[in-house]
Design a binder for this molecule. Structure first.
Ligand SMILES: [Zn+2]
Length: 200
């Protein structure tokens, strides 16, 4: 029985949607802390379709990259900072296209984008909360174990939930990796019957 969360990041589409909304609403509020408005947050989508697409792509990557890094190394703080930096960079790319492709703005207005730090900050905090709340089963499935090649004793890295055949990068020996309770064991092919591992 395979766990769904091993294949992709859990509940990613609603997370990405919420993240883009926060990036959009807080990022367009360049007047914080003086006042807060939803006016620009919604009208910004009407200025350039191409910039909209660029914004959606850059913001999606700004969330997914840090989340995947977090699943691998467990570092919430550094990956949160990476997220904030990517968002700020994504604003700069998207706003470049708004200035160049829309009738409403020109490159004279480009410097407005430097005020997007509130959005970058909000996105950074949002990503950190998402990382902190990530399903531990998913994190586990992304963790790696060392196994020793039974033939040449070379240490190899495998996901700690991986059960299946592996090829040694040192001697090209094929062996089987069996995962149990987060531990990985390497055994020679033939030691256990194939049918044991076809339980999914
Ligand atoms: Zn080997």
């Amino acid at each position: 029985m395979e766990n769904d969360t091993q294949h992709g990041y859990p509940n990613l589409p609603p997370k990405v949607f919420l993240f883009i909304l926060i990036a959009n609403i807080i990022g367009t509020n360049v007047f914080i802390p003086h006042y807060f408005t939803l006016e620009f947050a919604f009208s910004i989508w009407t200025w350039s379709l191409f910039a909209d697409i660029v914004f959606i792509i850059t913001m999606t990557l700004s969330l997914i990259i840090p989340l995947k890094l977090h699943a691998k190394n467990g570092d919430i703080f550094t990956n949160g900072l990476i997220c904030g930096g990517l968002v700020y960079f994504g604003y700069m790319i998207s706003w470049f296209f708004v200035c160049n492709l829309s009738d409403e703005f020109s490159m004279d207005d480009y410097t407005l984008v430097y005020h997007g730090y509130w959005g970058a900050l909000a996105c950074m905090i949002t990503s950190m909360i998402m990382m902190a709340k990530t399903d531990p089963n998913y994190i586990d499935s992304k963790q790696k174990n060392n196994v020793k090649c039974p033939n040449c004793n070379k240490l190899l890295r495998v996901p700690n939930t991986f059960t299946g055949n592996a090829n040694c990068t040192g001697c090209d020996n094929e062996f089987r990796v069996v995962s149990l309770n987060g531990l990985s064991v390497a055994v020679e092919v033939g030691e256990i019957p194939d049918s044991v591992n076809h339980s999914e």
